[in-house]
Write a protein that binds this ligand. Structure first.
Ligand code: TRP
Length: 463
């Protein structure tokens, strides 16, 4: 452990892993997916996926990481199944893709710190111009990537852990304050109804695919990020309870983000919920408006503080995304950490350029692909998000649990999980996890993966 570094405390790991999970996915992604995916019906699917399928995947990832003390590729090798390390390689590839577009959105959030500070609430109406100013938002993105690289270069306990411990609780408080405010606004209840009362006629294969992708993305699963974080975890740590806490924290913040956004949309639309499906720009349009209604210096302070904290939430996530390929290059290719960090970060920034250009600046990347059976074109950023979040992550998760239960074998997984959890063996949770990891998760994830590929890339909808 000494040369690789490790988390200095129990709380440090939980905070860092929760920091990885909580990010733009919760505050930017979740409300926009709910808005597009039919409201509460999406929320219900998302919750089921998180607790029933994703929690077992999370436990498995952390256990593999702690057992092997390796990056996702090295982990499969270390367990003696070199043939399976393609799962780790696929994870590293997914991480590249995700960070490349994630950093673009983080750049927007970063830019909004300045806009709020100068009281430019009218940016709500100029969001599309803002994202087309590619040199400006590109510079913000570059700064964001550089900050991420700086934190990762400081190593595990020095950088990642310290930042997360203090920032996560601050974000939670800020969100609670905004939730409190937005619930008092006129028509807030129309927003809540959309958000919380399910209309199951809205369920479709698309809603299911997006809800699963969102669950994986939000919990940072399916690409070995938690194998990597798990590799820095102490044997005394109770993995099953840590994973439960991380899942609850992540789902909790996403649910609160919805409680913050949907009443605001109810208020601004006078109860019609117009604009709720507006897509990736959702929080960048609604939130400045709300800080505008608070107005003046106080609105500017609240807006600035919110986007500063959002940037920090994004940072603890980008750090985990960058950590995975860096750990791989450091462990397997014997590159010095500091050098690996800057090389990988630079490469990912470059891969992100089409995602940066595809928001109206470049016609080609803005209308990058038209899926079979669809009338409208999809931009590059959304395309990459579909490939990574909705396709590769659930596939990765499916292969990881299948591997753990049937190749590495369940009794080895159980053995690893019982370190730090003396009552685990023989418990109901153990029985459930054995069933979920062995059968339920591989079957359901495999099935949804097939539906996803057919529907998204071939336009065949079997429902
Ligand atoms: N979970 C983060 C979010 O919600 C994003 C993220 C960080 C991620 N690390 C990941 C997603 C690993 C998938 C895999 O913002």
């Amino acid at each position: 452990m000494a040369t690789r570094g490790g988390f200095s405390s129990r709380l440090g790991f939980i905070m860092a892993a929760a920091g990885s999970a909580v990010g733009l996915g919760n505050i930017w992604g979740f409300p926009y997916e709910v808005g597009q995916g039919g409201g509460a019906a999406f929320v219900v699917m998302y919750l089921i996926f998180c607790f029933v399928l994703c929690y077992p995947v999370m436990v498995t990832e952390i256990a593999i990481g702690r057992k092997t003390e390796k990056n996702p590729v090295g982990a499969f090798n270390a367990l003696g199944f070199k043939k399976w390390n393609f799962v780790g390689k696929m994870g590293i590839f997914s991480g590249f893709l995700i960070l490349s577009f994630y950093n673009v959105i983080a750049g927007w959030a970063f830019g909004y710190v300045y806009e709020m500070a100068i009281g430019n609430f009218a940016i709500a109406d100029h969001f599309s111009e803002f994202v087309q100013d590619v040199f400006k938002v590109g510079a913000y993105g570059m700064l964001f990537m550089a900050t991420t690289a700086f934190v990762v270069s400081k190593g595990i306990s020095g950088g990642i852990e310290k930042a997360a411990k203090f920032l996560m609780p601050s974000l939670l408080i800020m969100i609670l304050l905004i939730v409190g405010y937005s619930l008092t606004l006129p028509n807030a209840m129309d927003g809540l109804k959309f958000y919380l009362i399910p209309d199951f006629s809205k369920l479709s294969s698309e809603v299911i695919i997006n809800a699963l992708g969102q669950a994986f993305f939000s919990l940072s699963l399916g690409m070995g990020a938690l194998i990597t974080y798990g590799s820095y975890v102490n044997k005394k740590e109770n993995i099953v309870s840590a994973a439960a806490f991380i899942t609850l924290a992540d789902v909790g913040i996403a649910v609160l983000a919805g409680m913050m956004i949907f009443p605001l949309i109810g208020f601004m639309s006078g109860g019609t919920m117009d604009g709720v499906g507006s897509g990736p720009g959702l929080i960048f349009v609604t939130l400045p408006q709300i800080f505008g209604t608070i107005g003046g210096t106080f609105g500017a302070i609240a807006g600035t503080l919110f986007f500063v904290l959002l940037c920090f939430a994004a940072l603890t996530s980008t750090v985990s995304l960058l950590e995975v390929p860096v750990a791989y290059v450091v462990d397997e290719k014997n590159v010095r950490r500091s050098r690996a960090v800057w090389l990988v970060a630079g490469a990912i920034f470059l891969i992100g350029i089409p995602s940066l250009l595809g928001n109206g600046y470049s016609d080609f990347f803005s209308n990058f692909i038209t899926y079979p059976g669809s009338e409208t074109a999809t931009d590059f950023l959304s395309f990459i998000a579909n490939v990574a979040n909705d396709t590769l992550l659930p596939l990765g998760g499916c292969l990881i649990v299948f591997f753990a239960a049937h190749i590495w074998k369940k009794h080895n997984l159980d053995e690893e999980l019982s370190h730090g959890a003396p009552n685990y063996k023989g418990s109901f949770l153990q029985k459930y996890l054995n069933f979920a990891v062995g059968y339920l998760a591989p079957a359901v994830l495999g099935f949804i993966f097939i539906i996803t590929v057919l529907k998204t890339y071939f336009g065949v909808d079997i429902f």
